[in-house]
Ligand binder design. Structure first.
Ligand SMILES: Nc1ncnc2c1ncn2[C@@H]1O[C@H](COP(=O)(O)OP(=O)(O)OP(=O)(O)O)[C@@H](O)[C@H]1O
Ligand SMILES: [Mg+2]
Length: 327
């Protein structure tokens, strides 16, 4: 396998603060939404990115596509330096790296029929001669399981699942190397979620897509992804093969997330084992290991800067002081 996407020490900052702060001339509070993330995605790999709301998953994805500007670090896509690209190069990059978003209705133009929305992609990117657009649209609709009679419908006349299939079709139309799906099934009913997940799984196999699947739902990621990366307050805390991470989570945060997964116990009731407390505000990230206030295993050193260094444990990377003496 060769590396398709390489992210190194990526940081994304947002300015935060009240208007009064803005006009006072004092420095506005800064929110570091992504704080030194390094990871790589191999060709054909499925990587799941998980973590609680606000931990920076979407920001990381958007920064990779330069939909938000990173404050530092490096991003390489198929060997090219993404942060050094000009507008024309970015246009080409975004053809090779496609995103599928959460809100199926909101991400489609309400005035365009399915046929027009898909045909537009072939035309804008000049993917085929104009007289072949209709045929290509038909093939694409088949690929994503949309019945041909929907070609003249507008989004308002489609179900959520059908809309999401159109969103996926639009992303696939350009023949991307990488698809980043950001909570792509979170807004759908559970039964529809399963259908769309199956679609992603079959497309991934058929087209040997490289897929980054962002979700706060560990069950979804476990089903779809061979590798899983866990984020907490802008940093990675653990990354490794999905089955290993679920069988033996190393980071206390990963353990808590897995323990908190809803499951049916023998009595048939839903049991949950929560995390200690709420995640702290991203504008006020605790020093040392950001997870220490919620960690049952925290040691005095965990409160002290710097944040824990990366440890390689077999095929796993963990950022936790519990493993400082390992390996
Ligand atoms: N454009 C922006 N301006 C200011 N702050 C932002 C902006 N976008 C995101 N943030 C903040 O950055 C942090 C990370 O947000 P992000 O949307 O990346 O999280 P997430 O992990 O995708 O969460 P969710 O699971 O809710 O989608 C949050 O604190 C969020 O409020
Ligand atoms: Mg998000």
């Amino acid at each position: 396998m060769s590396t398709l996407l390489e992210i190194e020490d990526l940081r994304v900052d947002f300015q935060r603060g009240s208007l009064a702060e803005l006009f006072s001339g004092r420095e506005r509070s800064r929110l570091r939404a992504v704080n030194g993330v390094s990871l790589s995605v191999e060709r054909g790999e499925t990587l799941g990115l998980v973590g609680e709301s606000g931990c920076g998953k979407s920001t990381l994805a958007r920064a990779v596509l330069r939909l938000v500007e990173p404050s530092g670090g490096r991003v390489r896509f198929d060997g090219a330096d993404v942060l050094a690209m000009n507008a024309a190069e970015l246009f080409k990059l975004r053809r090779r790296m496609q995103m599928v978003f959460q809100d199926p209705y909101g991400s489609l133009n309400p005035r365009l029929t399915v046929g027009a929305a898909l045909g537009e992609v072939f035309r804008v990117h000049e993917l085929c001669p104009p007289d072949q657009v209709g045929e290509r649209v038909g093939r694409l609709m088949r690929d994503v399981g949309l019945p041909p009679e929907l070609v003249d419908r507008r989004p308002a006349a489609l179900s959520g699942g059908q809309c999401q299939r159109v969103g996926i079709a639009r992303a696939l139309a350009v023949g991307p190397d990488l698809v980043i799906a950001d909570e792509a099934v979170s807004a759908l009913d559970v039964s529809i979620q399963a259908q769309i997940l199956n679609l992603f799984a079959s497309l991934q196999k058929r087209m040997s897509l490289t897929l980054v699947f962002i979700s706060h739902d560990l069950g979804v990621v476990r089903y779809l992804c061979r590798k899983i990366a866990v984020m907490y307050l802008g940093r990675l805390v653990e990354i490794g093969p999905t089955e290993e991470v679920f069988a033996d989570p190393k980071h206390p945060y990963t353990r808590a997330l897995i323990a908190a997964m809803p499951r049916m116990d023998p009595e048939g009731s839903l049991s949950e084992q929560g995390l200690l407390g709420e995640p702290p505000s991203p504008t006020d990230v605790p020093g040392g290991c950001a997870f220490h206030p919620r960690c049952a295993l925290a040691m005095p050193a965990c409160r002290q800067d710097p944040a824990p260094a990366h440890r390689a444990l077999g095929r796993r990377d963990v950022w936790c002081r519990l493993y400082d003496d390992a390996g």
